[in-house]
Write a protein that binds this ligand. Structure first.
Ligand SMILES: Cc1cc2nc3c(=O)[nH]c(=O)nc-3n(C[C@H](O)[C@H](O)[C@H](O)COP(=O)(O)OP(=O)(O)OC[C@H]3O[C@@H](n4cnc5c(N)ncnc54)[C@H](O)[C@@H]3O)c2cc1C
Length: 375
């Protein structure tokens, strides 16, 4: 059974709105060297890296056994840290169908008749008298609680905490507000559940980002953007030509684009009309700045327009530490029986991040945790 706090229409978390790339490396030993170098000594269970690397090399073939076809991505660089040992084994792939990874896996789940409870918020893990995790207590709607018993174990796979300013401050040391580009349900619920029963935390500071983004009025998330860049003042990016020379959105991924309906016109005129892009003069008056630096660079400041930017992150990496079987451990150094984690919560990238690594980690850690629970 899967318990998801989101309503069904928002199902799929950040995985659903991601750019869909996952790693399918070619050689386990080289992959282990690479992942270990990326971690810079921040992963406590050495066997986790070797097991992970072996499994990651099987990502595509495992998906194929679920009836999901995959293809290697046509990118210039598969490994983003080419100087690190083992980088030559890194390969990025994606599913062939336009449905993407999450929808393809959801289809496989439906075929197996797995129940999914939406709108259901797990409040606490149930600990048996032997210390084993026996299930969760959840609230389904106000005043209506559920007890869900788990005979094999509970896998926490709630994503990270990129949508919680408070948790970003506390666990990742982020100062100031930062908008997420991912699921608005990534508010750290899983981290809180694990922490409440004394699970050991790993390094929690790593995040994917920050990137330059725009957060439309009324939207909860920001959409990463790329521009023809003409000049910068403070936290705004300035472009010439009545706003018309801005590039279009960089990608079709992101919660804003797919779940909040954020759209961008190809000539930027709609956005000028909405007042998202506005004259530099106005911006300088609001900020109390001057255009001197831009004039010195030879910019035509008279016609310059501004789109105020915000920093955004895609996701967080930190969380409770899991071992090579996906099991969580207590702060005192004991395995917490019946409790596992998977996905970006406590990912295998606590330091440097390799693009397409998170979805690879979801595939690998999900398989490892399920296998251990059913062993
Ligand atoms: C724009 C964008 C592009 C990206 N592109 C890529 C990419 O190409 N490749 C890559 O590897 N990574 C990418 N990432 C990162 C990647 O998408 C995430 O790291 C990954 O999807 C996390 O998967 P997850 O299963 O751990 O969490 P999620 O996919 O977020 O799923 C978590 C689920 O748990 C539910 N949930 C949350 N809290 C609770 C709670 N307390 N109780 C119950 N349920 C809860 C959520 O509703 C959701 O259904 C991207 C991220 C973004 C935002």
């Amino acid at each position: 059974m899967i318990v998801d706090r989101a309503p069904e229409r928002f199902a799929g978390g950040s995985s659903r709105v991601s750019a869909q790339g996952f790693l399918n490396p070619t050689d386990p030993s080289a992959t282990a060297s690479y992942v270990s170098s990326l971690a810079q000594g921040s992963l406590p269970f050495p066997d986790r890296v070797t097991t992970w690397a072996e499994e990651a090399c099987k990502n595509s073939s495992w998906l194929n056994t679920q009836g999901i076809s995959t293809v290697e991505l046509d990118v210039v660089e598969h490994a983003e840290f080419a100087a690190l040992p083992g980088s030559g084994a890194i390969r990025k792939s994606r599913t062939v169908s336009g449905d993407g990874l999450w929808r393809s896996l959801l289809g496989a789940l439906h075929q197996m008749d797995v129940d999914v409870l939406y709108n259901t918020f797990p409040k606490a893990l149930m600990v048996g008298h032997t210390g084993r995790i026996e299930g969760v207590r959840a609230s389904w709607k106000p005043g209506s609680d559920l007890t869900i018993r788990a005979s094999r174990g509970v896998v926490i796979a709630t994503g990270g905490f990129a949508a919680s300013d408070r948790m970003l401050r506390r666990y990742a040391g982020v100062r100031g507000p930062i908008a997420t580009a991912g699921s608005t349900f990534s508010t750290g619920g899983g981290l809180r559940l694990a922490s409440a029963i004394g699970a050991r935390m790993g390094v929690t500071t790593a995040v994917a980002g920050p990137y330059a983004a725009y957060r439309p009025p009324g939207c909860k998330t920001a959409v990463p953007v790329r521009f023809i860049q003409r000049g910068r003042i403070g936290d705004a990016l300035v472009v010439d030509g009545g706003g018309r020379e801005l590039d279009v959105w960089r990608a079709s991924s992101g919660w804003g684009r797919q779940m909040e309906g954020t759209r961008w016109s190809s000539d930027n005129l709609r956005e000028v009309g909405l007042g998202w892009i506005f004259p530099l003069d106005l911006w300088l008056r609001r900020q109390g700045g001057t255009d001197e630096a831009l004039r010195r660079r030879g910019m035509d400041v008279g016609s310059a327009m501004v789109l105020p930017l915000t920093p955004t992150i895609l996701n967080t990496q930190g969380g409770p530490v899991r071992d090579e079987r996906g099991r969580l451990w207590s702060r005192e150094g004991q395995v917490i029986r019946g409790l596992f984690s998977a996905g970006e919560l406590g990912s295998i990238f606590p330091s440097l991040y390799q693009g397409s690594g998170n979805l690879a980690d979801c595939l690998v850690s999900g398989r490892l945790a399920a296998r251990a629970a059913f062993a």
